[in-house]
Design a protein around this ligand. Sequence first.
Ligand SMILES: [Fe+2]
Ligand SMILES: [Fe+2]
Length: 297
Amino acid sequence: MSHTSERPDERVAPAPRKVSFDWAGTPLHWVPGDPFTTHTINVLHLLLPAGERWFVHVYRQVLPYIRDERLRADVIDFIGQEAVHSQAHDDVLPQLRRLGLDPTPYTAEVDWLFEKLLGDRTLPPGRARRWWLMERVALIAAIEHYTAFLGDWVLNAEELDRRGSDPVMLDLLRWHGAEEVEHRSVAFDLFQHVDGGYRRRARTWATAFAALVFLWQRGARFFMANDPTLPAGRASVRDFVLRGQQGVLPSTPAMLRSIPTYLSRSYHPSQEGSTAQALAYLAASPAAQAPGPEGGR
Ligand SMILES: [Fe+2]
Ligand SMILES: [Fe+2]
């Protein structure tokens, strides 16, 4: 993890960027010879389309509670960025289908999770409705701790380049990761602004962390079991720890260290990651430069 001395009042307002990716040349195992790493990272394409759509849905409801104009502007830009991220990962799924890997059974479960289990419940206006909204705002802040962690990781994961990983997929991951680093303070600042209770922060972190671990290992197992080139594809914790040591996945010690970081009472997302590095990547990202109706800013 890289650290900077950026302070909350120096954060950069996150501007949404339009991007364009051409998936026609991306192989099934886009980390060459390493289906496990490929599919572990591919889980992002299963979780993020529904997950980031849900962020947008929840944040639209919280806008009336924001009494700080700068924060409101940041939240609106955050909504814009997450909507583009969600669509960009969704656009990878047809290519997976073309390569013989149909993600529908898994994405149907993820859609149910975000739209039904975490969706708007039939609640009376007032305290109950507000409680459920704040609970979800806190969950998003906890999840954004991990999207920033992963964004910072992928911007620095040079081993993926050394292994000859597909440049289009790397660009998707790093463009998205850079915007996650760029807007890493917004979800936490919003939670602090509208609620900020420490017990709620800790409780929703535990829920988010357990759900992410569960969904991720299930997604990796799903891809490994359904990969048409792997007769008996499996995914294990040992594979994950090993790839972390090799630098092609986040390391387990770094992930464990991120737990007390988020639970520290002095935590602020600006303490981790580098906005300068993120902006430098975004200035050079091929997808963010692409011409045409979807390209440019
Ligand atoms: Fe995102
Ligand atoms: Fe995000």
